[in-house]
Ligand binder design. Sequence first.
Ligand code: NI
Length: 154
Amino acid sequence: MAIRNLRYDGDEILTKKTKKIEVIDEKIKELAQDMLDTMYANDGIGLAACQVGMLKSMIVYDVDYVEENKEKNPVVCINPKIVSRSRSMVEVEEGCLSFPNVFENVIRHEKITVEYTDLNGKKKTKHAKGMEAIVIQHECDHLDGIVFLDRVEK
Ligand code: NI
């Protein structure tokens, strides 16, 4: 277990596109665990690899832990791709571990379908709504070098 240093607003890595993960080796598994450790240690509900300085296409999240104070339910998505989006939109206040103390309303799709590979190399398809759909959209944006403030209505 290791908590990695977060990258903050102004760090150019947050504006870069991440690279697809081709092989799920021990380094990737360690990165996934470290990202979860870092997320929980900072009371976050989601984290993208670029936020700990790695330009790799991986996100982690756990929407249950903070929201309902249940046991941990971590999700690791490798090479996630949002393949469908509902027409209906929702506006929710978001924050980001790379932007401490900044909260802004962002309009997102209410429901999404995401395809990804899990840590065991299995292809998964997830239909998400509510907070889970919002977190996935926020974290997948990071993988394209987009941060939530880029989505705020000007
Ligand atoms: Ni973020």
